[in-house]
Design a protein around this ligand. Sequence first.
Ligand SMILES: Cc1ncc(COP(=O)(O)O)c(C=O)c1O
Length: 379
Amino acid sequence: MSFDDVILRRGTGSIKWDLRPELDPYWVADMDFASPPAVIEALQKRVAHGVFGYPIPHKGLREAILNYLSSRFQFKTKVDWIVHLGGLVPALSLAARAFGEPGDELLTCTPVYPPFVSVARDAGMKTVTVDHVMSGGRWTFDWEGLEQAATAKTKIFLLCNPQNPLGRCFTGEEITRIAEFCQAKGILLVSDEVHCDLVLDEEKTPFFSALHLSEELRQNTIVLLSPSKTYNVAGLGYAYAVIENSSIRGKFKSARGHTMPEINCLAYYAAEAAYRDGESWRQDLLSYLRKNRDVISEFVATEMQGKIVIPDIEATYLAWMDCSSFAFENPAGHLEKAGLFVSDGSYFRAKKHIRFNFGCAQSRVLEGLGKIKSGLLNY
Ligand SMILES: Cc1ncc(COP(=O)(O)O)c(C=O)c1O
């Protein structure tokens, strides 16, 4: 199986392909690639067993996670620090319900993956947002804005690192400063790092996990991880939290109540295989994504007459395109007329932007870019 292969997904119950079948989809963050052979084999083996009763995280999975955290982050975890969950978004909501009371505030930076802004509602909390700012050609935090936004009611800061949709992989200084800010204000830091294994040039922009913070700062931190984005198994629904502080962990776990379903018994086996046997596939994926990213940069520079602006994409397979030089109020809506389905920036709290998913065969990337060009330049 090559990343160049175009696998037909229409009619497979795919939200990306079947929600609006009349459009060509480059929106939601799942890739069009098959998962690594090791993951598919592990699933086939588990399915062949034929019995699908209630699961527990089995020994192989627990070991695979501990080994992953140790080799990827040089972080020694205790098995008890891991809380298994059915997805990251439920985990964000759970954090809000565990640590916020109605009327409290949840702080996050925009533009951002939409649930960051909406999960506060699950706890009756209010969302307060501060826009990311551009500094030296890179998106970063508005430190003054954060200082001003934090109040005695602010209980949680949701961090997205690497950042979706900006594609930023924040530095150690930035993450440490965020963590120190949270600690000084008595705000719990929740760091969603689901895109951390999709850093495109790790030598240039190394990933700094909240797990790399000092022990003191880690005591005020929940880290959310999953193999779901990297190995394209989001449809199996699995994520986990690493929580070192036992009282935070206890509160987080008990807030689950009866609101979280059992975790999918297949997902555990897929996660184990991805972490244990997926690394060489991941490296191949990253080199393919780098080429797709370069195709996009080249296209924006040469074909779009400087009318689309994109940041350097340091991580993710998502290109955040600033289309504000065009007169269209809603570029994503406009592109539907050219048959294209991209994410509308306003869902991320940035109008006149689109997010283009390049986790697909390069021929498909080129097709999508062609439609962007004809849709925006020729209308
Ligand atoms: C930053 C971030 N967090 C969470 C998710 C979704 O996670 P899950 O499918 O596990 O709920 C996404 C999906 O795009 C994401 O980009």
